[in-house]
Design a protein around this ligand. Structure first.
Ligand code: IMP
Ligand code: MG
Length: 172
């Protein structure tokens, strides 16, 4: 049986998102930014963030796959579903749930950059810097967390636990 332990509560997450949204709103007001969420994990964060921002913005999603089954990254990133929206000349904000090794988001930043946006920034709710394999430029960061596998608030383990409102660690 997996034992779940709450490490960041829904209230703490909400408060942090309000702070991030205030900063992002200030930086993007009048720019109609394009927010790109990375499926599936970031759908919960993106939906809370965009409402907390409360300025006109467009939303699109990409689906990338790096993790196979289990908790270790395969290191190989695949674009499973690309963008429907044109990026050229847009102010793009990539919205990630978590940056771990960094390979996934680096792949996406390259993908966006090649399509010539007017600007490109990265927002992640959770950051696990101790696990970084490549350098990642994070413009908006929610929480720095220790090196543990976490679930909840959109994050899964083999598609389980995404629905949990708090961020939890799994203990065996
Ligand atoms: P990276 O390429 O190692 O940075 O992997 C990033 C992706 O792996 C994230 O977008 C998540 O989907 C997934 N991931 C990394 N760490 C965790 C975790 O602790 N729990 C759940 N998913 C994770
Ligand atoms: Mg993800």
């Amino acid at each position: 049986m997996d034992k779940l332990k709450i490490i960041i509560t829904r209230e703490e997450i909400t408060k942090k998102i309000d702070e991030l949204a205030t900063e992002i709103r200030r930086d993007y007001r009048g720019k109609n930014p394009l927010l790109i969420g990375v499926l599936k994990g970031s759908f919960v964060f993106l939906s809370d963030l965009v409402r907390a921002m409360n300025i006109p913005a467009e939303i699109d999603f990409v689906r990338l796959a790096s993790y196979g089954a289990g908790t270790e990254s395969s290191g190989k990133i695949k674009l499973v579903q690309g963008l429907k929206t044109s990026i050229k000349g847009r102010h793009v904000l990539v919205v990630e749930d978590i940056v771990d090794g960094g390979l996934t988001v680096n792949f996406l930043l390259d993908y966006v950059k090649r399509r010539k946006p007017a600007s490109l920034k990265l927002c992640t709710l959770f950051d696990k810097p101790s696990r970084r394999k490549v350098e990642v430029p994070i413009d908006y960061r929610g929480f720095t967390i220790p090196d543990a596998f976490v679930v909840g608030y959109g994050l899964d383990l083999d598609e389980k636990f995404r629905y949990l409102p708090d961020l939890c660690t799994l203990e065996e």
